[in-house]
Write a protein that binds this ligand. Structure first.
Ligand code: SF4
Length: 441
């Protein structure tokens, strides 16, 4: 960039999990460090990065569709640079290029170096003073971060569940140094963040690669000590890695919220074995009992895949009965779709599409009943919520949106007072399976 040239504008489109959103933030940070500014509209951008998800077929279809639209946009605007990252990008770039045609750059989500190498080939890194001004402008913007932040603490996964693409795309587990994470959390809190969620594909295996006994419990203690932080969460936990030490630590720390996301995936032992999850239904139920004995207020949410290869009606009913037994606060259900390169993709995808759809609906119906009854128990009572956003779609009825420590969504009418980032006590008036409506207590 020369002194007279306008700064380049970027746009980042993200699908998938929270980790992807964090990765997109890092790409944005990298671009801002080069003096680029966010575009107000996609069509104004000089560079567009698609951050993809390969965990479900539907997500990959969205990525292909989006890339196709952007390739058409580039025909009108030939200088536009298109980059593809995320879990759809395998280490074999040629294979990725064949599946997702038309991007100018392909890079793996954990390899910002790959991104920079390709970017430098096209637009060498600027070093003029204007860049620093832009960067400072953006650095100031971090002060206005919302009250909730996500901090990656590990990346990759060593488990190789038979259906999962993550270990192939994000590689082996690598933990970030503990003090680096604590410092980042401290800076976020100084910038106004009240709630931090520590992220990892198998977050509760944090530190195992250090081989010195350090674990997530040790990290939680340090982050919990940060003055000014109100709430602490972590995501996603793998059932076999919930040690007694970790459970006791969670139960004993005041800022750690009463919510654990603990994917079970299926309630039948044959299906669990075929998924290579490494635990049985009985192991999982015993773990739930241990967690609830140590911390009775903890709400558990989970992920479930229905229609896994070979899953019979009877085996599916075991999953239904498991969700009745555990009474999760939220269940995220997905119909199985084979992901190329995984072990299960070599097996017949033999549960018909219609059957999978029906199982998703049946499971959701059971869970909606459970979630509704849990929310009904809270009706008329008082809960504390951290106000984290406003609901924008319903401008006729401006609302604050917050969450309880158990991660239940609550809406609150907006008055004159600015409640953003504050923990407020509210009285629950109306409930649905998905959220609660409250008034100030
Ligand atoms: S533990 Fe989770 S991220 Fe790792 S392979 Fe299994 S499903 Fe994928």
């Amino acid at each position: 960039m020369t002194e007279t040239e306008a700064p380049k504008r970027y746009w980042i489109w993200t699908v998938g999990c929270q980790m992807n959103k964090v990765d997109s933030d890092r790409v944005a940070d990298t671009l801002r460090a080069r003096g680029y500014l966010p575009a107000v509209r996609e069509e104004d951008a000089d560079i567009i990065i698609l951050n993809s998800c390969a965990v479900r077929e539907s997500a990959e279809r969205r990525v292909s569709g989006k890339l196709g639209n952007l390739v058409a946009l580039r025909e009108e605007k030939p200088e536009l640079l298109l980059g593809l990252t995320g879990c759809s990008v395998s280490p074999d770039f040629e294979a990725t290029r064949k599946r997702f045609k038309g991007a100018d750059m392909y890079f793996q989500p954990t390899r910002i170096d790959q991104f920079l190498d390709q970017l430098n080939e096209r637009w060498p890194s600027p070093t003029d003073a204007g860049v620093m001004a832009c960067w400072e402008e953006q650095a100031d913007a971090t002060e206005s971060k919302g009250p909730v932040a996500y901090v990656p603490i590990s990346n990759g996964c060593d488990k190789f569940c038979t259906y999962c693409i993550v270990p192939y795309r994000r590689g082996r587990e690598r933990s970030r140094p503990m003090m680096e994470i604590v410092d980042e959390c401290g800076s976020l809190v100084k910038a106004g963040v009240k709630e931090v969620t520590l992220l990892g594909q198998r977050v509760n295996a944090y530190g195992r690669d250090f081989k010195n006994g350090t674990d997530l419990a040790d990290l939680l203690v340090l982050v919990n000590n940060i003055p000014g932080l109100d709430r602490l969460r972590f995501l996603t936990s793998y059932p076999r890695d919930m040690s007694d030490k970790l459970i006791e630590t969670i139960a004993g720390l005041d800022k750690v919220c009463e919510h654990i996301h603990l994917p079970v995936q299926a309630g039948n032992n044959v299906v669990l074995e075929n998924m290579r999850r490494g635990y049985t239904r009985e192991d999982y139920l015993e773990l739930v009992a241990r967690i609830r004995a140590a911390a009775p207020a903890i709400a558990l949410s989970t992920d479930i895949i229905v229609g896994f290869p070979g899953e019979t009606e009877e085996q599916f009913r075991d999953t239904l009965s498991l969700i009745e037994d555990v009474r999760f606060s939220t269940v995220y259900v997905a119909a199985y779709s084979p992901r190329a390169g995984t072990l299960s993709s070599r097996w017949p995808d033999d549960v018909p599409k219609e059957e999978k759809k029906e199982r998703v609906q049946r499971l959701n119906a059971v869970q909606e009943r459970i979630s509704l009854s849990q929310h009904q128990e809270l009706r008329g009572g008082e809960v504390d919520i951290l106000v984290e956003s406003t609901e924008s779609e319903r401008s006729d009825l401006p609302q604050w949106q917050g969450r309880t420590r158990q991660n239940r969504r609550v809406f609150l009418p907006r008055g004159d007072e600015d409640l953003m980032g504050r923990t407020v006590r509210v009285r629950v008036e109306k409930v649905s399976p998905w959220a609660m409506q409250a008034v100030p207590a």
